[in-house]
Design a protein around this ligand. Structure first.
Ligand code: FES
Ligand code: FE2
Length: 432
């Protein structure tokens, strides 16, 4: 089967376009021992919110692996293979214990690193428990999230410290998580797609953010120290509003405030949200977010500080198909790209440059892992802040005399600001 569908250059030629090429496995398949799966496993991945853990264990599926997560009475979180090492009973039915979790079937007790503490049905002199371990992964709790490292235990990376997490005047709160029934990559790529904020979120579905998003921005794309970002510039009266959404490798997005109107001049303001696009398996993905809330009055709207309120336009407006057709959002647009979007049927344009850059960077990361090197995006060391750039900024700049010159002015402002940010990352300035 060809990897690319033919480029159709005549009318009424659907007949020549019936075969759907296979997806790009290298970038989309994430199970154990796949190239991209190995790559993603080199990074700490959020798997749950801390407050999801109760007295009952929670079953999880992450990167195509079935797992159980729990917090024992000592307060320690364990992330274990779902199926008991004895005879396979699911530990979701296990008993959370003082230390570890006990299988419901024959009572084997597992500590969070997989150590088998007790095998009650075995003879007192049995050495089985001293020779065997339950599969387990290390975890790290931060920002109300539980992160897991699911790669080779000899390569555990430092937990990353993103500069957006230590901004003065901001606190971080957990948000919401939800699942899209499609592949992780097409969801992650959406962060590099500013045209959709104008078209899908404003022109098609009515202002899901603010009216000003309805102008298709002047676009540029930039590589950052740990990923890729777009710079989208829009004219708003005498102002130029520049907006940047970024991906930090491999699968973290940072998004500037969606309540921006471009009407009030202000410098770089940082992200409203950090969100990870975590594969459940090849055709199912969890989006899990934290929210950045200003401690100053009236900077962050109250709805965003209310965890019960969802970011708009992320999930279907209702269960009614007709309503979904009349007001589609990110879910409809991305899930309908097919369970795994087929790159061989795409026709990428100039506005997709962020996406092609991201795919190239992922390939480089996969190659680095294959060669035993560190992929882009790994933490440089304990507590060394990594610069990030998701934000909105509004600059006063009256319109140039022609639309073409104005477009160039808008792009110039975006590029100049971004060069300044790269040279002197704004979220790090307070540390000087
Ligand atoms: S199956 Fe878990 S203890 Fe026997
Ligand atoms: Fe969107």
């Amino acid at each position: 089967m060809s990897t690319r569908a033919p480029f159709m250059n005549t009318a009424y030629s659907g007949y020549y376009h019936r075969e759907v090429p296979k997806e790009t496995e290298e970038l989309t398949h994430i199970g154990p021992d796949t190239p991209c799966g190995e790559y993603l496993r080199r990074f700490w991945q959020p798997v749950a919110y801390s407050d999801e853990l109760t007295d009952l264990p929670k079953k999880l599926r992450i990167l195509g692996e079935d797992l159980v997560i729990y917090r024992d009475f000592d307060g320690n979180v364990g992330l274990l293979e779902l199926h008991c090492a004895h005879r396979g009973t699911s530990l979701e039915y296990g008993l959370v214990s003082q230390c570890g979790i006990r299988c419901c079937y024959h009572g084997w007790l597992f500590d969070r690193d997989g150590t088998i503490l007790e095998t009650p049905g075995e003879p007192a002199d049995s050495t089985l428990k001293d020779r065997l371990f339950q599969g387990a992964y290390p975890i790290h709790e931060a920002y109300g999230l539980i992160f897991a490292y699911m790669g080779p235990p000899e390569n555990i990376p430092h937990f990353p410290l993103f500069d957006s997490m230590i901004r003065p005047g901001y606190k971080i709160m957990p948000g919401q998580s939800y699942v899209y029934p499609c592949n992780w990559l097409q969801i992650a790529e959406n962060a590099l797609d500013p045209v959709h904020t104008s078209f899908l979120h404003t022109i098609v579905s009515g202002s899901q953010f603010t009216d000003e998003f309805g102008v298709i921005p002047e676009l540029d794309y930039v590589e950052t120290p740990a990923g890729v970002a777009y710079i989208g510039g829009r004219r708003v009266g005498n102002n130029v509003w520049t907006r940047t959404t970024e991906i930090v490798h491999p699968n973290m997005q940072q998004v500037g405030p969606i309540w921006e109107t471009g009407k009030g001049v202000h410098p770089f303001d940082g992200p409203m949200m950090t969100r990870w696009i975590v594969p459940v398996d090849d055709e199912s993905t969890m989006l899990i977010e934290i929210r950045h809330i200003s401690e100053e009055d009236e900077v962050t709207p109250a709805w965003w500080a209310d965890r019960g309120t969802m970011l708009p336009a992320q999930l279907p407006i209702s269960d009614d198909t007709e309503e979904q057709q009349r007001q589609p959002g990110d879910y409809e647009a991305q899930v309908s790209q097919r369970p795994i979007a087929v790159h061989g049927m795409e026709h990428l344009g100039a506005s997709d440059r962020g996406i092609t850059t991201y795919r190239r960077q992922i390939r480089q990361g996969i190659q680095a892992v294959k060669e035993g090197k560190d992929p882009l995006g790994l933490s440089p060391g304990p507590d060394i802040p990594m610069p990030t750039f998701g934000h909105d900024a509004v600059t006063e700049a009256p319109p140039a005399s022609t639309p073409e010159e104005d477009a160039e002015l808008i792009r110039d402002i975006g590029r100049r600001l971004f060069d300044e940010y790269i040279a002197d990352p704004p979220n790090l300035r307070h540390l000087k």
